[in-house]
Design a binder for this molecule. Sequence first.
Ligand code: ADP
Ligand code: MG
Length: 476
Amino acid sequence: MENFPEDSLQFSCEEIGETLMKQQGMTFKFKKVNGRYIHTFIAGKLLTKIGLTPRIVIGRELRDFISAELAIYKETFYRDAWEGNEDIIYEGELNGVYYMASLQPIRQFGKVIEVIASCVDITERKRSEEELRATKELLESVIKNSVDSVCITDIEGKVIRVNDAFEKIYGWSEKELVGKKLPNIPENLYDSLVEICKPVLTGTKAISFETMRKRKDGELIHVFLTLSPIKDARNAVVALTGIARDITERKKSEEFFRKADKLNVVGQLAAGLAHEIRNPLASLRGFLQLFLSGHEGKSEYFDIMISEIDRINSIVSELLIISKPHATSFQENNIGIILRSVVTLLEAQATLNNIQFHVEIKDNFPLVESSEIEIKQVFVNILKNAIEAMPNGGIIRIKAIVQTDNLLIRFIDEGSGINESIITRLGEPFFTTKDNGTGLGLMMCYKIINEHKGRMHINSVINKGTTIDVILPTPG
Ligand code: ADP
Ligand code: MG
């Protein structure tokens, strides 16, 4: 080892002292004297931060300047180090500052003569750890207390965890599911789900849709499901969350509205139709009386009678079709023909109200995958509203136009029009401005057209009239 001149050694000692003073952290030393751990040195900026000075610390033991309880705790580490254990580490806190201390025994001739400690400020780290913990706790409580079921799976679809609502809605406990594939997906939906999951798995987006799920007892329920990716720090998708809301009740009330609307439509139609049926019946009765009183039946009388009977028949069967309960079944239909039959059905009601229909329907209609009864229900509702908006009579124009990739069916009335403030509320269930209205008609129209992947637009000018467009996509 090289020999340094005395004064240069002196200089370097001073220099070390200064460096220790200026360090961000803190260095201290202690030794055991008469069974007490007495501090012999302390320096560093952390010292001021924690509110101590060398005067308070040097020559004293821990319990002289911190609480006895804390002192006893820290002395266990002091003892460990004094007994010769290397790398003793503990965390301390004083006046809101957190620090980590690492203790190293210093030996002379194999015997520990003092212990040196270096401390670093970990307040920032503690704070972000605390923030992380608080965020985690918040997230945890949101998941736990959510009324929506939450399920987290790995990218192969194996369950990592589910929340209480999941257990309650579906009937499986978390224990039964962890590590297994989800058992609540109906078999016939499995393939389409795999398709739907693709963009979620590549992490591009979260998606929401209505679908069916199976409960443990086998019952199917309607759910509104949101699937979203969970990514790691490197932006790779590591898991999927599925949040599902049980919308079975909502679906049931929708079904109820649908029926209520239909009964209402049928009921109101019946009034107009009764009139329409009474006229041909009266003429039939007249002919029969003629025959009874001995008049010979002329062939033209029979022709009239047959056409009157046909008319009654067609009206009654339309009414039957609309009022019959049915499961929605989609078939290829000619919307032009459906529209014509609705016009025929409502002509009686229109005439009663001094209203004429001007109909313009082209013949070359492409077939559209649709539910005949429901499309009829839509047209009846729209025309009924138009008639009701024209108490003083007038003309209702009905146009059906084939466009590039859709059908446009336009209804133009000359009625009261709709106030701008009201237009946004149309389609809300029970929203009506009529004394005997139900406010279900337009809601059903929106719902049905939506199920046909179409759109509806309403334009209205007060006291001029309303135009309603129904747009249905055509197979392209
Ligand atoms: P309801 O006919 O039972 O009132 P709807 O859902 O069919 O229920 O219509 C809701 C409301 O929309 C009506 O009360 C009316 O104020 C308005 N409305 C719908 N169509 C028209 C129309 N063609 N002209 C004027 N107002 C209309
Ligand atoms: Mg209506």
